[in-house]
Design a protein around this ligand. Sequence first.
Ligand code: DSN
Length: 423
Amino acid sequence: MEATLQQADPAVFATIQSEIHRQKDDLELIASENYVSNAILEALGSPLTNKYAEGLPNRRYYGGCEHVDEVENIARRRARELFTVEGCDIGVNVQPHAGAQANQAVFLAALNAGDTILGLDLSHGGHLTHGSPVNSSGSLYNGVHYQVDDQGIIDMNVVRERALEHRPKLIITGASAYPRIIDFEAFRSIADEVGALLLADIAHIAGLVATGLHPSPFPHCHYVTTTTHKTLRGPRGGLVMAQREYMKGINSAVFPGNQGGPLMHCIAAKAVAFGEALQPEFKGYCQQVIDNAAAMADRLMSRGFSLVSGGTDNHLMLLDLASSDAADADLTGKQAELILGEAGITVNKNTVPGEQRSPMVTSGVRIGTPAMTTRLMGVPESVQVADWIADVLTSPNDEALRAQMKLEVQGLCRRFPIYPKLG
Ligand code: DSN
């Protein structure tokens, strides 16, 4: 009990050390990842992990919950403050273990098995949990989809046509790889026309929404889900919100409908993250995320790379290799991820609209700026990074270039350190 991790389990300790070094020295451009603060790490590593607390604060199934009640109430209060808009009374549940569980809670509250749900097609930027056949959202419910247009933009006329055709009980808006602003109000008018409920999954853009840099899904959406670890920069976890009248159903869908004991150490860390996001400087951070993405997108396009939708309004961009003049036609997303990784730049392969390759190969790469911006990198670094990406992808056979670049990337990362006391 008294031994440190290093003493008690050197094998696990060593892997954690290696991962800390990877995070410090590589350039993280996965759009859904970020670096949490030391305060959040401390809450995550606290003995709150020991506590069972099924139920909601002051209505638990276990004794000894007075302190975890308090921390969950802080998290709930702060989440409401972050996402409330004037004239719309919302409730929040901070217990979902992740975004998938937050979405499952909405489905359980709003749907019966076999009901139709309409979401963005996975290969057009949607998410597995928005009705994909390989996910329970597509096997328990009848998942149908809308796609982006030839420019890579969500065309609301297409969404309306699909909604009129399928009469879904729930329409899902929100995406995992969509670089443009989402028009929640237009989605609501379609939902009203077909008698559907409306869910916004804002997992990617939650930080931008919380700071007013992306329009809010409230008051338009009945339900809103998010993860807490992407642009919101909190611990890995989920959050579900709803207009007040839908909250009772959500609370029982989270527990006992979908989950058992909440992860109280994560809820404490969510409280810390929400507190950080309420600070004025968090808006400056989110604005810089957007500015960095715009600068990187412009540079990549000027180097002959094609971006889905021709750019970005948010924290991410989707490089379409198959239609990029600067890239060989046979360069796949999988190869691009691999060779950029060899240069110390971490991205993920991603399908693009009209994808011809499998999801394990793909023709695209998704790039995001939340993590590099947390390191305090700005526009000059974003332009430099875009040049490095362009250099690697235009010379995919040049191993020496990648070896040299890895050193330069490491140099940049060390100028913008993270976790100086760790590793
Ligand atoms: N895996 C997340 C992402 O990378 O966007 C979505 O769940």
